[in-house]
Structure formats: C-alpha cells, structure tokens
Ligand binder design. Structure first.
Ligand code: NAP
Length: 273
C-alpha cells in the first residue's frame, strides 16, 4: 500500500474482533478499487487526537465508529443531517473533498432492512441495551411505526431519556426483569458477544409469532438465538445489519455501490472467519 492510497477504517476499543475490514475489502476487490480498509485501535482518551490527525490526511476517506465512541463522536465532527437530535449517536465519519469531516448514522437503516417487509405499526418491541446501537434501533422502529418499546437496561435513567427524546411510548425495566409479551425482542447490548457475559433471558413470555433479533454477530449464533430457535421463533442475526450498514458507509467512503448480489458469498466468508 502506498502512502497516498485512499483508505478508510473502523475505530473502537476493542477493535480486533471487527469484521468490517473483511466486508469492505471484499467489495473493494470485487469492484477493483485501489484502496484499503483496516482496523484502528482508538481508546476514548485518544479519540480527539485521532480525529485531528486524520483530518489532515488526504488519503483518509473516513471511518466507521464502534464501541465506545458513537456518542463522543457527536462532539467532534459536523452533523449536517441532524443525527444528534434524531438518533443521538454516530457510526460513520466521512472526509469531504474540501477536507471537512461530517458524521452520520448508517446503523438505523442497516438494522431495519432485514425486518422491513413486516408491518411493525402499533406493535410492541423489547430492546435490551441503551447505548449507541440502541438509539439507532429506536429511531428505526419509530420510522417503522412501532407502537411501544420496553427497554431493558442497567441504566434506567439513560433508557427513559432515550424514549423521551425519541417521543416513543414505552417503559424501562431492569436487567433481571421477566420479559413482557411482545412482538419483537432485540438485543442491542454486547451481552452474548465473544468475551462478554451471556445474555440470560427467559423467552417463555414471547408469543409464538414473535421475532428475536440479536445485533451481536460474533458469535453469529448466540445463546439468545439458539433459545429462540428452540422455541421455533423467527430469528435475525447480526450479519445482515452489519452488511447493510457497511454498504451505506462504503458508498460514502469510496463513491461506489457494493455488489450486493454477491451477499451470499460474503456471508459465507464472514461466517468462516
Ligand atoms: P455501546 O454504545 O457501548 O452500548 C452498549 C450498551 O450495552 C449500553 O447500554 C451498556 O450499558 C450495555 N451494557 C454493556 N455491558 C453490559 C452488561 N454487562 N450488562 C448490561 N448492560 C450492558 O455499544 P453499541 O455500539 O450500542 O453496541 C452494542 C452491541 O451491538 C455490540 O455487541 C455491537 O457489536 C452490536 N452492534 C452490532 C451491529 C451490527 O451491525 N450487527 C451494529 C452496531 C452494534 P450502559 O449504558 O449502562 O453502559
């Protein structure tokens, strides 16, 4: 790779687990675009310096942003789309041709895409977690007309603030609460991810037509999804969202549409690694 070769990256702490480089490199290769995509470990303390340094690097096209920077990033780059008010978290930063940095969110659209064919209007969703991804989920569900969201989180105050900010009807329960009956259960916490504690929930209160959606994608089949399958509930794993949010970011970084017709092959590659 030469010094002036365009590149983008995913930043976070931890970051080694990220599958984003596999996805972006797959598309770059298939489209024969001469550019690179890599991981970059950035701690919370390093984030302001990282942004300042990348701002002066013309080869840098932007970055995807993961745990724990999605909220802190709001204060560091321009927000022309009003992501702060609408979602309250940023997962993508793009370098403009004039050098300015703008932030946006591709998680909300990436989350909704795999379940967009169903009618969610007036339905009840349970959301576990109250971080950056959960904010994007609330925004997406509101767009889809959801009737009510129950958030299960360790910080009740944060969770009720999120519902209030989004003007969504709902309530907040502690982590050890029994699930209410609901149409959709979403895990937007890192629980169940490799290296994190498992997510312990009893799915019995969910009706037979409920859908269980785990944003965690490493491992792909989490204990939550295994339990849901055991009950014959419909499930969605984290890979579709991962690919969906990456596709939107790829267009912003490299100005090309990813070859989505090769999704099956990409999924196989992601599962194998
Ligand atoms: P985040 O901003 O750090 O938020 C994590 C949330 O989970 C916070 O509400 C946090 O609680 C809560 N949490 C963390 N550890 C917990 C524990 N031990 N017990 C209870 N709650 C806990 O992270 P994020 O960006 O929202 O990501 C959350 C998960 O979604 C990660 O697994 C990430 O990989 C996944 N994700 C997947 C995709 C995809 O494309 N599939 C996209 C985005 C995120 P506090 O608020 O109290 O700190």
């Amino acid at each position: 790779m030469t010094d002036d070769m365009p590149y983008a990256e995913v930043i976070g702490d931890p970051i080694a687990h990220s599958k984003s480089p596999l996805i972006h490199k797959f598309w770059l290769e298939r489209l024969a675009i001469e550019a690179d995509y890599r991981t970059c470990h950035v701690s919370a303390a390093e984030l302001p310096d990282y942004i300042e340094q990348r701002n002066t690097d013309p080869a840098w096209r932007g970055c995807n942003v993961t745990i724990p920077h999605k909220i802190a990033m709001l204060d560091l780059v321009a927000d022309p789309g009003g992501v702060r008010e609408k979602i309250g978290a940023m997962n993508t930063v793009v370098r403009q041709k004039d050098g300015g940095l703008i932030g946006t969110d591709t998680d909300a659209a990436g989350f909704l895409a795999p379940i967009a064919d169903a009618d969610w209007s007036g339905k009840h969703a349970i959301l576990i977690g109250a971080g950056g991804a959960a904010r994007a989920v609330i925004f997406a569900l509101k767009q889809a007309g959801i009737g009510e969201i129950t958030i299960i989180a360790r910080s009740g105050l944060k969770a009720s603030g999120m519902l209030m900010q989004a003007s969504v009807k709902g309530g907040v329960l502690p982590m050890d609460a029994q699930l209410p009956a609901a149409d959709l259960l979403i895990n937007a916490s890192p629980l169940g991810m490799t290296g994190k504690p498992p997510l312990e929930v009893n799915l019995d209160p969910l009706p037979a037509d409920a859908l269980v959606y785990d944003l965690v994608y490493a491992p792909l089949e989490t204990r939550l999804l295994r339990a849901a399958k055991k009950r014959d509930l419909a499930v969605v794993d984290g890979l579709d969202m991962l690919i969906g949010q990456a596709a939107l970011a790829f267009e912003l970084f490299f100005g090309a549409t990813p070859p989505m017709e090769q999704d099956v092959e990409l999924r196989k590659l992601l599962i194998a690694r």
